[in-house]
Design a protein around this ligand. Structure first.
Ligand code: KIV
Ligand code: ZN
Length: 518
């Protein structure tokens, strides 16, 4: 048996720090359930001091999700650590993850602390955390740009004070794999008590090297990898969980380690994170992109028919990707519908199932053939519209080359029906104008993107909308056979998210934390 690599998923914390990727409580719990099914070892559920919403999400996840260790993030401040403990303490296996920056540039300009002051903070905070919780992770933020001799001192001290995992992040995605690997090698060789802790890697993708750096760290002694589904995360994102796991699996001859990840659940996790956050996966993304297992060139197709291994280093089934199939029609019953959802990896409660079945029937009335992808979009739409202030009801548009473009829209705002008729420069513009007038909002539209979910002219359109206001952004998707309706749904989903984010930010100074560059 090979040595195990622990998978630490931070989709709900570092992933959520992606501009526009905020999630509500219900969505976070849904993702945590899928992560538990995927068999990740540790879920970093959030940053409890950041907001009451974050605190609630971490505590609900630690109460309800069984299997993985549940971690909460805390700066090197006693109040942060106490708050993190209050949120994770319900878990059967809680962890406090505390960090402080150790690079010269962060210490001088951000923390305004000397090396001795940082050492003092480590001593005080790690000791405090260890007195609350037996499982403590300590991270040296911007470890990739830290002075090695100082790093050794910090790590030795953190372990002495009770840290059980030492995480070295390449916070700004600056290092090369050889460089990052050699930091781990040096730490292993120069920190006398290093065998008392698990070494962990945490990488960002600014130079497109996050996964390569994680693998280099594993080769030099890291036994925990921090990563996110679809590589979601700050700026260019974090290391992608699915890429690391599959690299370890496919290259086990050269990297002789294993993970406990149930790889067949990877596709389901990727789709759920994409539909909840509104972040589409690029078609050519490794492992989970729509083209990752598609073979276009004739010579490749010929080879594949003769022997799949000619062009395929792993099978689509290993990551839970099955052939897109014609599934249900308008005569399908609830049982068949629920069985199909289970097959796609969605286990819903009775109420959610009934609601979704109603939406499915509406869709089946308008679209003859319903594919797996249509059902996945339906689940995503329901997740996005759950418990939201503004709800789409109906839309009629006048469009065409000779027509005046007009939209007649009805929505519910906190369950009160509102309607309006307005015009615009094209049907989408008229629709967005109607939403803005009815909701009395006028946020910047930063992204509007349309694509077809399946092939055929009757395919559902999937629209992505990103809105921005006051440095806060939100991104969401909407789907419908009518792309103008899909556009309205996507805009409303993004608007609901932005309103949620603005309220949270106002009440709880989330922006102040962001400025600290966490
Ligand atoms: O990138 C980073 O340094 C982090 C730490 C908080 C672990 O996300
Ligand atoms: Zn990070």
């Amino acid at each position: 048996m090979t040595e195990k690599i622990y998978i630490f998923d931070t989709t709900l914390r570092d992933g959520e720090q992606s501009p526009g990727a905020s999630m509500n409580l219900e969505e976070k719990i849904q993702i945590a359930e899928v992560l538990a099914d995927l068999k990740v070892d540790i879920i970093e559920a959030g940053f409890p001091i950041a907001s009451n919403g974050d605190f609630e999400a971490v505590s609900e996840i630690s109460k309800n999700i069984k299997g993985p260790t549940i971690a909460g993030l805390a700066r090197a401040k006693l109040a942060d650590i106490e708050r993190a403990w209050e949120a994770v303490k319900f878990s059967d296996s809680p962890r406090i993850h505390t960090f402080i920056a150790t690079s010269p540039i962060h210490m001088k300009y951000k923390l305004m602390k000397s090396e001795n002051e940082v050492l003092e903070a480590i001593k005080q905070t790690v000791t405090f955390a260890r007195n609350l919780c037996p499982n403590i992770e300590w991270s040296c933020e911007d470890g990739g740009r830290s002075n090695l001799d100082f790093l050794y001192q910090c790590i030795e001290l953190a372990i002495e004070c009770g840290a059980t995992t030492i995480n070295i992040p390449d916070t700004v995605g600056y290092t090369l794999p050889t460089e990052f690997g050699s930091i781990f090698k040096s730490v292993k060789n120069n920190v006398p008590n290093i065998d008392k802790a698990i070494l962990s890697t945490h990488t960002h993708n600014d130079l497109g090297l996050a996964v390569a750096n994680s693998i280099a760290a594993i080769q030099e002694g890291a036994r925990q990898v921090e990563c996110t589904i679809n590589g979601l995360g700050e700026r260019a994102g974090n290391a992608a969980l699915e890429e690391i796991v599959m690299a370890l699996k496919v290259k086990k001859d050269l990297i002789p380690f294993h993970t406990d990840i149930k790889t067949q659940s990877i596709t389901k996790a990727s789709r759920l994170v994409s539909s909840i956050t509104g972040f589409s996966v690029q078609p050519n993304k490794a492992i989970v992109g729509a083209n990752a297992f598609a073979h276009e060139a004739g010579i490749h197709q010929d080879g594949m028919l003769k022997n799949a291994e000619t062009y395929e280093i792993m099978t689509p089934e290993t990551v839970g990707l099955t052939e897109s199939s014609l599934v249900l029609g308008k005569h399908s019953g609830k049982h068949a519908f629920s069985e199909k959802l289970k097959e796609l990896g969605y286990e819903l409660g009775d109420n959610a199932l009934m609601e979704l079945f109603g939406r499915f029937k509406d869709l089946a009335d308008r679209k003859k053939e319903i594919f797996d992808e249509d059902l996945i979009a339906l689940v995503g739409d329901r997740a996005a519209s759950y418990n939201e202030k503004i709800k789409f009801v109906n839309l009629n548009v006048n469009a065409g080359s000779l027509e005046k473009h007009q939209a007649k829209l009805t929505i519910l705002i906190e369950d009160k029906s509102k309607d309006i008729e307005t015009d615009g420069n094209g049907p989408v513009d008229a629709t967005f104008n109607a939403i803005k007038l009815l909701t009395n909002t006028n946020y910047k539209l930063k992204l509007y993107q349309v694509h077809a979910i399946t092939a055929g002219t009757d395919a559902q359109g999937e629209v992505t909308v990103r809105l921005e206001d006051d440095q806060l952004t939100s991104q969401a998707k909407g789907s419908d056979p009518d792309i103008i309706v899909a556009s309205a749904k996507a805009y409303i989903n993004a608007l609901n998210k932005l309103i949620y984010k603005k309220t949270r930010s106002k009440n709880e100074q989330i922006s102040a934390l962001k400025i600290e560059g966490v």
